[in-house]
Ligand binder design. Structure first.
Ligand code: ZN
Length: 235
């Protein structure tokens, strides 16, 4: 990124903090450059400047330029893909808010993460669809896939301590904070997953968005957030 270049990119708003009365400091997750901290001058003074564009959940199109300070300056912003079905449902808003929270804590500033962008954009589109949906299922699948994209994928096929492979069709113990399966010889773990469930989690982690069932979602989300806490400060 050359310093004076104007960068146009799709973006998601992760965080907005008002400062100096009329300005706002934004944390954006952008398609082209990953997480960026951006100063939006006058964002609070009038809604004319950026319209109603500085809202989470929608896919924004922004132009940013390197500012004088350490942050970028927001030059323009508009909503490119409004997600009105999503923002009209509390349940879907909560699911989207949860994944944006993971991004806020785990994405690395100024590091392009195209795979992460794609996963989150796909999830938000799905949450915006009119289909009847147990939202925890795509959320949990996305969680597993995000762990893999960040290089923190859960090892669900062999023991993370001794490396011994867990044969297909066998139940196993999993400790997400330690990265995956822990075999009995290595002390096991509190959480036990049966063979079929383990297979579904492996498929979901490899990107099969329909692999998980509703019964898997709560456990999968718990494993995901335990793993995220072990790697990033997700609180
Ligand atoms: Zn072991």
């Amino acid at each position: 990124m050359a310093d004076s270049t104007l960068i146009q990119t799709h973006a998601l708003l992760l965080k907005k903090v008002v400062h100096r009365e009329s300005d706002a400091l934004l944390t954006l997750f952008t398609q082209r450059h990953g997480k960026l901290t951006v100063n939006a001058r006058g964002a609070q003074r009038s809604t004319k400047r950026f319209g109603g564009a500085l809202e989470p959940m929608h896919c924004l199109l922004v132009e940013v330029a390197k500012g004088r300070g350490e942050h970028f300056d927001l030059r323009s912003a508009r909503v490119e893909v409004p997600r009105l079905a999503l923002t009209g449902s509390l349940e879907r808003m909560e699911a989207a808010g949860r994944v944006l929270g993971w991004l806020r804590k785990s994405a690395v500033e100024r590091t392009p993460e195209p795979q992460v962008w794609q996963l989150v954009d796909n999830l938000l589109d799905r949450l915006d669809s009119r289909e009847a949906l147990d939202v925890s299922v795509p959320l949990a699948s996305t969680g597993l896939a995000l762990l893999a994209a960040w290089g923190w994928g859960l090892e669900l096929e062999s023991c993370v301590r001794c490396g011994r492979e867990c044969p297909q069709g066998k139940a196993a113990f999993v400790d997400a904070a330690r990265g995956g399966l822990v075999c009995v010889a290595c002390g096991g773990a509190r959480t036990r997953i049966d063979a079929a469930q383990r297979q579904r989690l492996v498929a979901a982690a490899q990107g099969d968005a329909d692999a998980l069932s509703s019964d898997d979602a709560a456990l999968t989300l718990q494993l995901t957030e335990t793993a995220l806490r072990a790697h990033a400060d997700i609180g």
